[in-house]
Design a protein around this ligand. Structure first.
Ligand SMILES: [Zn+2]
Length: 165
């Protein structure tokens, strides 16, 4: 007779666990609306440089990209999935030859992960929606965040927009 409550308890635990997982998955999907494509599909959509940078974690050479020196007002979005990533008023001249921003457009759109390639420890930043490699984030940016999102032009697509003051 003593086993009955135990079984009931463990069953309710299983049910709770499953419900929790489903809720989490739904949340992830609505938050990022995940975009998943095959390498072939990405290759068809992107230029060679865009594919190399975003899908193979490459880096364009400094001062060679389209946007490192651009100052036009507008929005920079992910070249792969179109998610809006940065506003021009968070862009600053870091003198490094890549477009640099002190913060993303909003929370949850950029994913960070540790990158130990090339004998360095850096924080890689990726598009949370399609996992495109964007660049790296460094703790040497200007106020208010003190962060420098150093992004490849090849990962971005710019649209001129009048930003509210
Ligand atoms: Zn993306």
């Amino acid at each position: 007779m003593k086993t009955l409550p135990v079984i009931a308890l463990s069953m309710s635990l299983v049910i709770t666990a499953c419900a929790g997982k489903e809720a989490q998955m739904e949340k992830d999907q609505t938050m990022t609306n995940k975009v998943v494509k095959t390498d072939t599909e990405w290759k068809e959509q992107l230029t060679e440089m865009q594919y190399y940078v975003t899908r193979e974690k490459g880096t364009e050479r400094a001062f060679t990209g389209t946007y490192w020196d651009s100052k036009e007002p507008g929005i920079y979005s992910c070249v792969c999935c179109g998610q809006d990533l940065f506003l021009s008023d968070t862009k600053f001249d870091a003198g490094c030859g890549w477009p640099s921003y002190f913060k993303p457009l909003k929370e949850g759109i950029i994913k960070e992960q540790k990158d130990t390639s090339l004998g360095m420890v850096r924080t890689e930043v990726l598009c949370a929606r399609c996992d495109a490699h964007l660049g790296h984030v460094f703790p040497d940016g200007p106020p208010p965040t003190g962060l420098r999102y150093c992004i490849n032009s090849a990962s971005l697509k710019f649209a001129p927009v009048e930003l509210p003051e």
